[in-house]
Design a protein around this ligand. Structure first.
Ligand SMILES: [Zn+2]
Length: 246
């Protein structure tokens, strides 16, 4: 029998949270997402290797689309295109949203809303919608042109988003990196809608948690980035099961 334990907290992952097609599991306790091919391979083969340390084997997962990887031995550079089909949907959403605001303001000003105190309500009331529209439109444009670059070289790990400015840049010393792990994030909207995204996080040696890349649509992308970076950094990706039980 195979039991999959969370690599972070050691909890047993229920079968319902295990994806057998894509071989990843999600811990209900801490939302950590991880691949478990190694555990499967280890079940049958560990004894045969004459007491060799059981080590999680690196899955040779297919490289997800939208990634470019340059590896020059000492330096690793991963570039991820932001674009995904959701941005096509967002284009239509922005046209609708922004178009409505243009209609609203042209109507309000057409009626001379700026001239009376009551009329000002029509100008100021939708300002929050204007802010949402501006933010969403900017994000959508970024979705078509932006890339995230993760560069590891001479003892530092840098994350940059661009060419259009976007927050979330990171500069870390690789010596401080203890472990990388992926986490699932669920946000619930007002009408029962849910957004699921995946973050790639780093656990630092002082116990701090740093988000490296956030908002990934697919667990495969997050897990692939984790495996690639850990491989390059020489961080042994190990299940924490045994360790946490002392
Ligand atoms: Zn957990």
């Amino acid at each position: 029998m195979i039991q999959v334990r969370c690599r972070r907290c050691g909890e047993v992952v229920p079968a319902s949270d295990i994806n057998m097609d894509r071989l990843f599991a999600k811990c209900a306790a801490c939302n950590v997402v991880f691949g478990f091919e190694g555990e499967l391979a280890g079940e049958g083969g560990a004894q045969g290797r004459g007491g060799a340390r059981r080590r999680r084997e690196r899955p040779q997962a297919a490289q997800p689309r939208g990634l470019a990887i340059e590896d020059w031995g000492g330096e690793l550079r991963i570039t991820r295109r932001w674009f995904s089909p959701k941005f096509l949907f967002l284009v239509f959403f922005c046209i609708f949203w922004d178009g409505f605001l243009v209609f609203w303001y042209s109507t309000a000003f057409g009626f001379g809303a700026g001239n009376t105190p009551f009329g000002l309500v029509f100008i100021f009331f939708p300002l929050i919608h204007v802010a949402v529209g501006a933010g969403l439109t900017y994000y959508t444009i970024c979705g078509f042109v932006n890339r995230t670059a993760i560069a590891v070289s001479s003892g530092s790990l840098a994350v940059r988003h661009g060419p259009l400015p976007w927050p979330g840049g990171r500069d870390l010393s690789t010596a401080d990196l203890k472990q990388l792990y992926c986490q699932q994030r669920i946000r619930r909207g007002q009408r029962g809608s849910t957004w699921i995204s995946y973050d790639l996080n780093a656990l630092l040696s002082d116990g701090k948690k740093v988000k490296l890349v956030s908002g990934l649509d697919e667990p495969d992308m997050a897990l692939y980035l984790e495996a690639k970076l850990e491989e390059h950094l020489g961080i042994e990706d190990r299940p924490v099961a045994g360790e946490f039980q002392g």
